[in-house]
Write a protein that binds this ligand. Structure first.
Ligand SMILES: NC(=O)C1=CN([C@@H]2O[C@H](COP(=O)(O)OP(=O)(O)OC[C@H]3O[C@@H](n4cnc5c(N)ncnc54)[C@H](OP(=O)(O)O)[C@@H]3O)[C@@H](O)[C@H]2O)C=CC1
Ligand SMILES: CC(C)(CO)C(=O)C(=O)O
Length: 292
């Protein structure tokens, strides 16, 4: 399969590197990483140890069978615009947050929804680390079966990527959102590793954010219970106890966060008040707008 990875930073380089063991992969990203991959290939370390030589460029190729979109959520519109002239059969977002598929589908056909629990870190140009083996789940954005998703799932599995083709993507996206809505802003504001959310008072704050998210999911017709959302949060807190969340990494580096696509998305979609998500979103946005 011809696969283009749009947004070859941490996650895109990991997934692109894994896929390049079996498929023809083009990484689309920025220099100096792209130049390093061209010069010396991509080394995938951490849980893996191999080097591959995917094509690497700073703009998309004219065509591919599949585009995996791995830019931060606030760059999704740019990704959609950049991919318009690339002839594609399928496009799959692996991003966190809500609304990425809708934004891609405003300009592109064949959009699939995806979630990813692999952990990735770009350590230096040309070198990415897998910080945790997880899985990709993908399927039709509105749920149900999709022949296109089955094809993409088979291709990813052939490359050794743990992949589930799911007919309940809305539910999976909301469940992941509940986890991120609890963990990401709480760890970013308190400046703690994920494991600190096992104890009060942070457990209560993150749990309330996850419960509110589950309630909004139900308002949207998605069957996600409060207890299930909190259990998912607790499981990720335990499994990633030593992790620095992506939002805390962004805050520490003075970068823009994905708050709009995470807690902001919960607030935007809520019919009834969601005070915890509103407060967390407001505080992180105030930090973004400040001197940092
Ligand atoms: N890292 C992880 O372990 C995981 C990440 N995710 C999700 O995956 C998404 C990506 O995360 P992550 O990989 O960490 O983010 P990164 O910032 O490391 O990667 C995104 C890359 O895309 C590049 N990019 C953005 N716009 C363009 C463009 N127009 N042309 C070329 N390159 C572009 C960025 O460059 P620049 O920064 O210069 O704009 C950056 O290098 C997020 O939604 C995240 O929440 C999900 C699961 C795990
Ligand atoms: C699952 C979690 C919270 C792991 O740190 C994550 O997705 C993130 O940091 O963005």
């Amino acid at each position: 399969m011809e696969i283009v990875v749009f947004g070859a930073g941490s996650l895109g380089s990991l997934v692109g590197g894994l896929c390049a063991r079996e498929h023809h992969v083009t990484l689309v990203g920025r220099d100096p990483h792209i130049q390093a991959v061209r010069d010396s290939g991509l080394h995938v370390g951490g849980a893996f140890d191999f080097t591959v030589r995917p094509a690497a460029r700073t703009d998309p190729p004219p065509s591919a069978d599949l585009a995996l979109v791995t830019v931060k959520a606030f760059d999704t519109d740019d990704a959609a615009r950049a991919l318009v002239d690339c002839d594609l059969d399928a496009v799959c977002s692996l991003q966190n947050g809500l609304g990425n598929e809708e934004r891609l589908a405003t300009r592109l056909d064949g959009v699939l929804a995806g979630t990813c629990t692999y952990g990735a870190r770009l350590v230096e140009p040309g070198r990415v680390e897998c910080t945790g083996i997880g899985e990709i789940a993908l399927g039709a954005p509105d749920g149900g079966r999709s022949a296109c998703a089955e094809r993409v799932g088979r291709a990813l599995r052939r490359a050794g990527v743990e992949t589930t083709v799911a007919d309940d993507m809305p539910r999976r996206l909301w469940k992941k959102l509940a986890v991120n809505a609890g963990i990401n802003p709480t760890t970013a504001l308190a400046r703690v590793e994920n494991g600190a959310l096992a104890d009060e008072p942070l457990h209560g704050i993150a749990g309330d954010a996850a419960r509110e998210t589950a309630r909004v999911a139900r308002e949207q017709g998605v069957d996600l219970g409060d207890d299930e959302a909190v259990a998912a949060l607790d499981a990720v807190v335990e499994a990633t106890a030593a992790n620095t969340s992506s939002m805390l990494q962004d805050v520490r580096a003075g970068r823009r966060t994905e708050i709009d696509a995470i807690n902001g998305a919960v607030v935007d979609r809520a019919d009834a008040p969601v005070p915890v998500n509103r407060t967390l979103a407001g505080l992180v946005r105030a930090w973004e707008a400040g001197d940092q």
